[in-house]
Design a protein around this ligand. Sequence first.
Ligand code: C2O
Ligand code: CU
Ligand code: CU
Length: 476
Amino acid sequence: MVSFSRRDFLGKGIGCIGASLAVSNSWARATTSVFLNDPDIIIELTAKEVTRNIDPNTSAKFWSYVGKVIRGPKETLGPSNGSYLGPTIEVKTGDRVKIIFKNSLPEKSIIHWHGLDVDHKNDGHPSLAINPNGEYVYDFVVENRAGMYWYHPHPHGRTGFQVYQGLAGLFIVRDRVEESLNLPNKEQELRFVVQDRFFNDQGELEYRPSMMGAFGDKLLINGKLERKIKVKKGLYRIRLLNGCNARVFNLALSHGEEIKQIGSDGGLLEKTNKLTNFFFAPAERVDIVVDFSAYSEGEVITLEGLPLVEGRGKKYSVVEFEVTNEVGQSFSEPTGLAAYKRILPQEATNFSNPKVFELVPKRGLGWTINGHGYEPNAFEDNEIIKFGDTEVWEFYNPTGMPHPMHIHGTQFQVLKRLPGQLTGCLDSGWKDTILVMPGDRVQVLKRFNTYKGIFLYHCHNLEHEDMSMMRNFKII
Ligand code: C2O
Ligand code: CU
Ligand code: CU
């Protein structure tokens, strides 16, 4: 059984989390390079308006991240396949990455690396947003374990609009533990960014925000309307990001197939988690394996969207997998995955007195957390945290709408959930976004032990976020 410790990967460089003079964690590089400070990878990402096809005959204007590798393996940036989505960035734990962001948009922007544990100046905080034609340089060591993270803009009040315009991309981290597991890879590892969009009569993208969020009537996978995928007979790893601004899915496999979840926001679980269906909220990621080997040629297995509340609405298809007669590479279902230490409730300084964050609307503000909207420079008492502490945070949702709550910084774990009317949220493993359904009380355990500074927590319904359901916290 492979066990994984964070230090395994962090220990290679100078082994100091949060050091401002972090050197490359790649041993070879650190020992051969004269300049210990050289990044392993340098890429450039330019945000700009583009025209992209969503099917062979239909194009529209989008905003997109266009990337180029300046140093490091060419494969660091995946192919765009003509999609408006930004290139998939793929790196290893321990890589030191420098990213030059160029803003060629007509408004301010900044990029946030969702799920990555980086310091304040690399976190894409709205206060760091740059003007049109400006440039922002990120430089950080990837300390997260293997997982599927992502990146998107984070300017205050405009995140929803900019993401809707197309600005988003995947950020894949690999590590040795994952490599040792012989999980399905290459062709048999699929990554899907699921998004909904509305195109008007002129065929152009139209952003229609409301208190509920911005929704679309069309579903896109990786920026395309085509949602039928041919698969070989074999085991597949399927990694999904809900890249919608506001839509929560309730996903299930047709054929009554059990869903085998192997990973969540912060990478692999300890062992496979079996589900019949699950809620999937904006910004959440899920990693599943599906075995297509027992199906016959031409059979279609569908990843379906069920109504959130049984009986209210029809089911619809999200992705369709059509089985071909080709036999894929053989992978066996993993038994053990990536072990990690659970955070013990007793570690939390406020174990018997959780910090409660109530998710409520307030007249004049829109959506709030404990009645407070976004204030760039103000902190409530419970938003000041001592560096090194572990805390229990409780999100309580007395409203009738789901609120996917995201906390920047380290990944956290769910301690417990008192469900309201609905069950089926993804609570296993390391999380950075947790769905709080109507009536739910969810307690999470989080360590604040990597960087001091100011970070955000907010609803990842992006219109809620922009309508003030966002706050800063400060680690001192
Ligand atoms: Cu994915 Cu603060 O955001
Ligand atoms: Cu984030
Ligand atoms: Cu919300």
